[in-house]
Design a protein around this ligand. Sequence first.
Ligand code: HEC
Ligand code: HEC
Ligand code: HEC
Ligand code: HEC
Ligand code: HEC
Ligand code: HEC
Length: 355
Amino acid sequence: MSRAARFVTAVSLLMVGGSVARVVSTPADEPVQPHRVDPAAWGGDHVGKPRPSYITGDECLFCHRNIGATWSKNGHHLTIRPAHRDEPAVAALRRHAGGNDAAAETRYLLGSRRITRYLRRSKEYGKLEMLSTSFAYRSPRHANHRAAGKSESLARVGELNHRKPHVWDKTTFGDRCAGCHATAVDAQTRAFSALSLDCFTCHGDVPLAHTEDTRLALLSSKSMEPRTMASVCGQCHLRGGKSKSSGLPYPQTFVPGDNLFRDFQVDFSDAAIQALPPIDQHIYLSARECAVSDPSAMSCSACHDVHGQSTGKHRRLEHNAICSSCHDPGTDGTGLREAMLPSNRLRTHSRVCDY
Ligand code: HEC
Ligand code: HEC
Ligand code: HEC
Ligand code: HEC
Ligand code: HEC
Ligand code: HEC
């Protein structure tokens, strides 16, 4: 058995976590040593190196008009968005005792389904200050601010969480949030180069020559390896990971195409995954399978169409262990687990994102 084959075997064993056993054959003279799989074993990274300059979204969209048609409504583009006076989170703050000034100072909002945070520009370049107060939505029906009817009273839409008076905090956003909610963050200064998430965060540094050879564009139909995908999406969606070099809860100078796991430490153990809310479990399971370069692994794009914001294609797949993070194996496999029912979906929590 070659070294590579033995590696894959060990990976398979570790990954199935006791739920579905894969059949593996091992010659008697070469017992498989139980060892931890090392997802850092391939590729390079940009830790401590300068970030390459990149083409901004405006330029990409000049040519990619079809992407532009849906991008303005994409959750990644909207994770930080301009605050409008009339939307429930802002109106509720304005009407709250002592909240009027904070509401007037709020320039941006972060999040729109479970909670919304209030942000304003810092005097320092590329930084934001975050208000101590947040606004929590009551139910999925109210979760999307765009769907909240004007006639409904604010109290029915959601409520303010304000343990303290409304205070602007200068460091939390940079220290704990920026890497996943803004673009190209400098791990040293904590300054970002663009609000919200630009094309660069997933496609990286796309050279103009990709118009002739689409293999040069990361995540093109010709350049979508599972392990690359796990690193790209995992830089933000593997919440709970930590950068070894910076100690921050988001990656240091990650450029799509890099191997995230050389510096970003993620606990992929079965116990850690079982402790996660179901919606995060499937992300960890998928990323774990892909991170170790199993070429047959099921990457995010097997189920997600990021620009179409749809998971429609997931229904046509064959059943495997990842399905059970959301579907009840007790039913015929398609029944949803309790936590995944529409009425419960928003009740999930995240220590990293403070909701
Ligand atoms: C730079 C950080 C970042 C990267 C990279 C990233 N995401 Fe996200 N993603 C987010 C954030 C933040 C949200 C939540 C947006 C919000 O609601 O404010 C999100 C939301 C989502 C959602 C749910 C909401 C929606 O709008 O569809 C899906 C699904 C998703 N991401 C999948 C992916 C996949 C698949 C990849 C890899 C191709 C990826 N993401 C890469 C940060 C990221
Ligand atoms: C490691 C990356 C990462 C870090 C660090 C991070 N977030 Fe997030 N955040 C995400 C991702 C990914 C999502 C989307 C999750 C989903 O839709 O399931 C998200 C979603 C959110 C949402 C939207 C919740 C909703 O659905 O309404 C808010 C608000 C939020 N984060 C706030 C914060 C704050 C505040 C911090 C810093 C204290 C922070 N996040 C740090 C990755 C991160
Ligand atoms: C959150 C990650 C993410 C971000 C941010 C992102 N993309 Fe994509 N993009 C993908 C993924 C994943 C694919 C592969 C197809 C799919 O799954 O949707 C893709 C595919 C594409 C394609 C080829 C498919 C097609 O429909 O033509 C183009 C072009 C593209 N993206 C352009 C852009 C541009 C321009 C931006 C910025 C405005 C952008 N992308 C931002 C993840 C992202
Ligand atoms: C000068 C015009 C132009 C600019 C600017 C441009 N592209 Fe493209 N892009 C093209 C053309 C032409 C193709 C090849 C034809 C196609 O597939 O759309 C392409 C292909 C792609 C593909 C692969 C589509 C596939 O086959 O799956 C991706 C992904 C992509 N571009 C992303 C980007 C991103 C991200 C940016 C900005 C960083 C960008 N492009 C900037 C013209 C452009
Ligand atoms: C086997 C299919 C499958 C795979 C693989 C998969 N997902 Fe999902 N994912 C889904 C489905 C289905 C949903 C639920 C969508 C819904 O409720 O409409 C979902 C939901 C999500 C959500 C929450 C969306 C929301 O609206 O709250 C995020 C974020 C997400 N996936 C990210 C990822 C990332 C990142 C990866 C890869 C590491 C991944 N997923 C791999 C099928 C999959
Ligand atoms: C992240 C959660 C998640 C994962 C993982 C997931 N599903 Fe789903 N699935 C859903 C949700 C939510 C729905 C209902 C909404 C929809 O159809 O998108 C659904 C619906 C379905 C349906 C349609 C059921 C019906 O009654 O119409 C099928 C079939 C299905 N899933 C199969 C699978 C298979 C097979 C897998 C694994 C390869 C899988 N799912 C993985 C969340 C998930």
